[in-house]
Design a protein around this ligand. Structure first.
Ligand code: A2P
Length: 331
């Protein structure tokens, strides 16, 4: 049994951590909830009991003998507090982008590269939500055919932008001004997630590119990405165009995906079966459909990949990382 802390417990992902830990009957001795000063003193429910939310600071951390700290409180909080939790003996699993590209920090999707967890130094990074869901089918393709190039186009839900992202969609439907997004999201699509960089890409797009290379251990993979915020409450959808190194039969791709852990094939055009954000919300697996050949190039394949961005894209993936650490005694 373990002492588990949740940092950012009052947020969208933080609350989902609680739900998933309860659902999976995670072996918890004590649970400790942290957030900012703003919500310190409030209470959250876990397994039918109320738990106090405390301010995140060294004083509230130090005497708790925390084994595992699940973080989802933004990059600045992670940069500051992950090393502090780690210095008091906790293994931090961080949902922000702060540590992901640090070479001493494993970046892990448990179905894809669990062995990278073995040599952690007390901080482990949970990949970006859009990256996580893409990795599950792409790893299977990489291992069986090799990958030459990937083109990502995403359709990302507002829940990925936290509580205020959801509120902006609700407010926009009432004609109120947005606070989180630069323009109204209701009835709109914004090709702008996270900040713009000098190369003209957004940080979200570069995260997908760089994190994919790190997780798949393929530094020279050719990848491009366009990430778009859409007026969907929850679950990210992605069009993934992939050029494989070797020829394939479509039916073999279906067979491969059907036996891939963490992936559900939902693809039957006669029955109008393809994954959608509404179908997939609340599910643990990544869903793939619209599996078809890209006729415009040799060995080209198109996929439509949908996952619950708060579950598999965030909280669930982090809890699965903790489960792998426990199972292998890598804590
Ligand atoms: P708080 O409720 O006190 O603001 P979301 O992205 O869904 O909005 O959630 C962000 C989470 O991160 C919330 O739990 C929020 O707590 C927490 N948080 C924000 N800033 C800090 C901080 N400086 N220290 C600790 N937690 C923070």
């Amino acid at each position: 049994m373990y002492n588990v802390a949740i940092v950012g417990s009052t947020g969208n992902v933080g609350r989902k951590f609680l739900e998933i830990l309860e659902e999976r009957n995670f072996p918890i001795k004590n649970i400790y909830l942290f957030a900012s000063k703003r919500s310190a003193g409030s209470y959250l429910k876990f397994k039918g009991q109320e738990y106090l939310v405390e301010e995140t600071c060294e004083d509230t951390i130090k005497n708790k003998k925390i084994d595992i700290a699940l973080f989802s409180a933004g990059g600045d909080t992670s940069l500051k507090f992950a090393p502090i939790f780690s210095s008091y003996g906790a293994v931090v699993i961080d949902n922000s982008s702060a540590w992901r590209m640090n070479k001493d920090v494993p970046l892990v999707v448990p179905e894809v590269n669990p062995e990278d967890l073995k040599n952690h130094n007390g901080i482990i990074a949970n990949p970006n939500c859009s990256t996580i869901q893409a990795m599950v089918p792409l790893k299977a393709l990489l291992d069986n055919y090799g990958i030459k190039r990937i083109v990502y186009s995403t359709y990302q839900a507002v829940s990925g932008a936290g509580m205020q992202g959801i509120k902006d969609l609700e407010d926009g439907l009432k004609g109120l001004e947005p606070k989180k997004f630069p323009y109204q999201i209701a009835g709109n699509c914004l090709p702008h997630i996270d900040v713009f960089l000098e190369n003209g890409y957004t940080k979200e797009e570069m995260k997908m590119i760089e994190e994919t290379r790190k997780i798949l251990h393929s530094n020279d993979l050719k990848i491009t990405a366009t990430t778009v915020r859409v007026p969907v409450l929850n679950s990210h959808s992605e069009s993934i165009n992939v050029e494989l190194n070797s020829p394939f039969e479509l039916e073999d791709i279906f067979k491969l995906f059907e036996k891939t852990e963490g992936l559900t094939v939902y693809d039957n055009l006669n029955e109008l079966k393809y994954p959608t954000a509404l179908n997939v919300s609340g599910k643990d697996d990544v869903y793939v459909g619209r599996i078809r050949r890209d006729f415009s190039l040799d060995n080209g394949l198109n996929l439509w990949v949908v996952a619950d961005n708060i579950r598999k894209g965030a909280a669930l993936n982090a809890v699965q990382i903790a489960e792998v650490l426990i199972k292998n005694e890598w804590l």
